[in-house]
Design a binder for this molecule. Structure first.
Ligand code: AQP
Length: 343
């Protein structure tokens, strides 16, 4: 019996990277899960606070994110869909784990560096001034570990960029199990479930990942983008001037990114896709990528536009989801508190 948990920040409408790297996998898992498996998908508002947010924008981004999850096909009767900030057990366990986390382990996490670099529009992570780092951004991997462990999740489907956080989560579960021994270990060691497609890169700077917080809006394709917006962003994507198309992520990151996107949209492999374009040019590749992305996104986009204005329905889904989530996490927290001596 698996417990599958994942989360997404309400920092804007998700982009193609979020969709291919994480969200589409959640829908697939919902379809293929055993009836005994528990699926929990959370909109992680507390994580969003690690970078400055406009309260009004955050409020509507939260609703929009829930609308997106429903629009892509997550079923609130099958999967527990909820806002992280509706379940205080996450922060309670986070504090307990913080008290077990060596600072050296957090220093080795690279995600906060790139998140800070992106938000500051720095050209490299080295350029980032550490004095600008708030402690929430530094310790958010611990909150992420709490998000997973509070449900005693066994499987975590996230993008490649989050893999090191799952390693940290496993480390913290082990530290807790070792420090507070019981008849059996309290936390299972969760497994990272990779999406079939790797990380999707920025269309403007293919050395960094596609991101919601990048100031350059042409760097990402949103799930709400129209066919013409998709076309113009793909046309403007940075590639290279080497003739012919080959898949070479190191020396041709922009071209390879387009091949990765096309392969992911059509359910094939980037090397195989490249083989079909060997004697073709970037113009042809870009047209085909734009068509494939439009084909993939048009269904979710129209569902999203329909659901996003149904505020009462969204509130009801969120309320029901949170009450289910609290039942699962409540059982874990009783055990945790008993073991640490705070029950
Ligand atoms: N470019 C990407 N390619 C593949 N997967 C990606 N993910 C994010 N970017 C890519 C995966 O999407 C899930 C949700 O991400 P998140 O919103 O929780 O935070 P993030 O990883 O920090 O994503 P963003 O889009 O870059 O958001 P901001 O800009 O707000 O930080 C995760 O599973 C992630 O791996």
């Amino acid at each position: 019996k698996r417990v599958i948990f994942s989360g997404i920040q309400p920092t804007g409408v998700p982009h193609l990277g979020n969709y291919l790297g994480a969200l589409s996998n959640w829908v697939k898992l919902q379809k293929t899960a055993d009836p005994d498996d528990t699926l929990l998908f959370s909109i992680v508002g507390w994580h969003a606070l690690t970078l400055p947010q406009d309260p009004a924008v955050l409020r509507s981004a939260r609703d929009d994110m829930l609308a997106v999850l429903l629009a892509i096909g997550l079923d609130p009767e099958r999967s527990v869909l909820f806002h992280q900030d509706h379940n205080l057990h996450h922060v309670e366990l986070c504090w307990i784990l913080n008290c077990l986390t060596p600072v050296g382990k957090l220093r080795r996490m690279t995600t906060w560096k790139s998140r800070l670099a992106t938000s500051r529009n720095a050209t490299s992570e080295a350029e980032v001034d550490e004095s600008l780092l708030n402690s929430g951004l530094f310790t958010y991997p611990v909150l992420q570990a709490a998000d997973v462990l509070v449900y005693r999740a066994t499987h975590v489907p996230v993008g490649e960029d989050q893999q090191q956080h799952i390693e940290l989560t496993r480390d913290l579960a082990e530290i807790f199990n070792r420090t507070f021994k019981g008849q059996k270990p309290l936390f299972p060691l969760p497994i990272y479930v990779n999406a079939p497609s790797k990380r999707i890169l920025s269309l403007r700077d293919p050395t960094s990942k596609m991101s919601k917080s990048s100031p350059d809006t042409a760097s990402r394709i949103l799930l709400s983008d129209t066919a013409s917006q998709i076309k113009s962003k793909i046309r403007a994507a940075v590639t290279d001037s080497i003739p012919g198309i080959t898949y070479d992520p190191i020396s041709r990151p922009g071209t390879s990114n387009l091949l990765t996107i096309l392969a992911a949209c059509t359910g094939s492999n980037a090397q195989d896709v490249a083989g079909k374009y060997i004697s073709k040019g970037h113009g042809q590749l870009k047209n085909d990528v734009a068509d494939a992305v439009e084909e993939l996104l048009k269904g979710p986009r129209s569902e999203f536009e329909r659901i996003r204005h149904e505020k009462a329905f969204l509130d009801e889904v969120a309320r029901k989801g949170a009450s289910k989530a609290i039942v699962y996490s409540g059982a874990t927290m009783e055990d945790v508190k008993r073991r640490i001596g705070l029950s």
